[in-house]
Design a protein around this ligand. Structure first.
Ligand SMILES: CC(C)(COP(=O)(O)OP(=O)(O)OC[C@H]1O[C@@H](n2cnc3c(N)ncnc32)[C@H](O)[C@@H]1OP(=O)(O)O)[C@@H](O)C(=O)NCCC(=O)NCCS
Length: 423
C-alpha cells in the first residue's frame, strides 16, 4: 500500500457515496481519518444484522480508516477540526446542502486555513442551479440522471439498477478529481475545490443513452428489439438489448430459475460459427445463410427469431453448460451470476474480490475486495474502525496534543454529544 503513502485525508463523509471514495484511497495507501459526529456515521446502526455491532453497511465501506469523533457544534470541536485541516492533504465531505457553511466552514475559509488542502464535495445536484438545495440518495440520482428512464421494458415501469451508480459511481468520480487536484497542489502549492454531483455522475454513466437520444433525431435505432422510429423523442427502455453495435440478449437456461440465464452477444464475427453450432439442433440447419438472418441488417430486423432459436437451443443446458459450448467458438457470453455464485466463485476468490475479515463485534465477515490492482502497491484490506477507536491516537500522534490538553478538550465536550435537553 505505497501509492498514496504520506497522503492524509480528513474524511467527513457518511453513508455510501463519500465512504466508497475514501475506502479506495485508503486501499491505495492514504491515511484516512474518518471524522464522525459523536453518535457516529448513521450507517453504523442501519440494516443491522448482529445486535450492537456495526452494520455491514458501515463495515463494508469504511475499511482501513481510523475513526475519531468530534462534536463540530462545540467551539472546542471546531478547534480540533481546524488543527486537522492544517495537517491534511485532502478534506472530503458529502453533507446535505449548506451543512458545512452552517458550521462556519466555507471553501474560502478552509482554503485560507490551509491553502494547499484539496476539498472534495459530493452533493446530489452540485452547488449551483435550481436543484442545488435538494438532498439526494442513490435512487433519486438514478431517477434524475437518466438511468431509470432507460432501464426496464417499454410497457413496464422504470427500474433502478442493482449497481450503485448514484452513490458508489459518484465516489469513483470524486476519487479521480481528488487525485488530479492533489497532483496539481503538489506542483503549485495551491489546493482547489472538487465538486461531484450525483446527478452529473449518473449522466456520465448514461452517456451512450444520450448518443441514442441524438441518433433518434435522424433514424430509428436498428439494434433495438423494441420499436423505435425517427423523432420518437425519448430513448426507450429496451429490456436486455445490448444497446451497442453488436446484438445481445439474456438467454434462459436449464433449470429455468431466477438466475439461470446466460447473456450472449451475437457478435458479427462469430455469426457463422454460432449459427452452424445451434442451427441443426433447432431445426434450421442452414441458419448461417438463412435469408431472414444472414446479414447483420436482417439479424437486427429479425432479432426476435435469433433469440427464440437461442432460447430453444438453451433448453437442454444450464448456463454453465451453454457457456462451455459457446466459449470455444469465441462467442462473448457470461452467466447471470447470483450473489451466491459470486461469493463462492474460484475466479473471484483468486482475484481477492471476496475477502474474509475479522471484527471485534461481529466476528468473521466478508468484504468485496479492491477492484483496482496496482502491481507495486497491492491493497491490504483491514477491518473498519469502531466508533472513536482512534480518537486519542489521532489527537496525540497526528496533532501532538498532550494528555492535559486532551483531558481539557474532553471536559469541554469536544468529542461527545451534548446531553439531551429535557422535554
Ligand atoms: C445523505 C443525506 C441525504 C443525509 O441527510 P442528513 O442525514 O439530514 O444529513 P446532512 O448531511 O444533511 O446533515 C448532517 C447534520 O449533522 C451535523 N454534523 C455532521 N457532522 C457533525 C459533527 N462531527 N459534529 C456535530 N454535528 C455534525 C451537521 O452539522 C448537520 O446538522 P444541521 O442539519 O443542523 O446542519 C445528505 O447528507 C445529502 O444529501 N448528502 C449529499 C448527497 C449524498 O452524498 N447522498 C448520498 C448518500 S449515500
Amino acid at each position: 500500500m505505497e501509492a498514496l503513502k504520506g497522503v492524509r485525508i480528513l474524511d467527513m463523509t457518511h453513508v455510501q457515496a463519500g465512504p466508497t471514495c475514501s475506502q479506495l484511497l485508503a486501499w491505495m495507501g492514504a491515511d484516512v481519518i474518518k471524522f464522525e459526529p459523536p453518535q457516529g456515521d448513521a450507517t453504523r446502526g442501519q440494516l443491522r444484522d448482529v445486535p450492537n455491532a456495526d452494520s455491514l453497511y458501515f463495515t463494508m465501506l469504511n475499511c482501513n480508516k481510523r475513526s475519531i469523533t468530534v462534536n463540530m457544534k462545540s467551539n472546542e470541536g471546531k478547534l480540533v477540526f481546524v488543527d486537522l485541516l492544517k495537517t491534511c492533504d485532502i478534506m472530503m465531505e458529502n453533507f446535505g446542502p449548506g451543512v458545512l457553511e452552517r458550521l462556519g466552514f466555507t471553501w474560502e475559509k478552509i482554503h485560507e486555513i490551509n491553502p494547499k488542502i484539496v476539498v472534495g464535495s459530493i452533493k446530489g445536484f452540485g452547488s449551483s442551479g435550481p436543484y442545488s438545495d435538494f438532498k439526494a440518495y442513490e435512487n433519486v440520482a438514478q431517477a434524475m440522471g437518466g438511468a431509470m428512464s432507460t432501464t426496464g421494458v417499454p410497457d413496464g415501469p422504470p427500474f433502478v439498477t442493482g449497481a450503485q451508480i448514484g452513490d458508489s459511481g459518484t465516489g469513483l468520480h470524486l476519487a479521480i478529481g481528488l487525485l488530479a487536484a492533489l497532483h496539481q497542489a503538489n506542483r503549485t502549492g495551491q489546493g482547489q475545490y472538487v465538486e461531484v454531483a450525483m446527478m452529473d455522475g449518473v449522466m456520465n454513466l448514461c452517456r451512450v443513452k444520450f448518443r441514442d437520444h441524438q441518433r433518434l433525431t435522424r433514424q430509428s435505432l436498428a439494434e433495438f428489439s423494441v420499436p423505435t422510429y425517427q423523432n420518437m423523442g425519448d430513448v426507450p427502455r429496451a429490456g436486455n438489448d445490448s444497446g451497442g453495435g453488436q446484438l445481445g440478449n439474456a438467454i434462459h437456461c436449464k433449470p429455468h430459475g431466477a438466475n439461470d440465464w446466460l447473456y450472449v452477444v451475437v457478435q458479427e464475427a462469430v455469426w457463422a460459427d454460432l449459427a452452424a453450432r445451434i442451427g441443426p439442433d433447432v431445426g434450421v440447419p442452414d441458419l448461417a445463410t438463412d435469408p431472414r438472418v444472414a446479414t447483420i441488417a436482417e439479424r437486427r430486423k429479425n432479432q426476435s427469431l435469433v433469440w427464440t432459436l437461442l432460447n430453444k437451443f438453451a433448453e437442454k443446458y444450464t448456463k454453465r453448460e451453454l457457456m462451455a459450448i459457446l466459449n470455444p467458438i469465441d462467442v462473448p457470453c457470461g452467466p447471470i451470476m447470483s450473489t451466491t455464485d459470486l461469493a463462492t466463485d474460484e475466479h473471484v476468490k483468486g482475484r481477492d474480490m471476496w475477502v474474509e475479515l475479522d471484527h471485534p463485534q461481529r466476528g468473521k465477515w466478508f468484504n468485496v475486495g479492491m477492484p483496482i490492482k496496482l502491481s507495486a502497491s497491492p491493497a491490504k484490506i483491514e477491518r473498519s474502525p469502531l466508533l472513536g477507536e482512534h480518537t486519542d491516537d489521532v489527537l496525540k500522534n497526528v496533532l501532538g496534543y498532550d494528555d492535559a490538553k486532551i483531558a481539557s478538550l474532553k471536559g469541554a465536550g469536544a468529542f461527545s454529544a451534548p446531553p439531551k435537553k429535557a422535554a
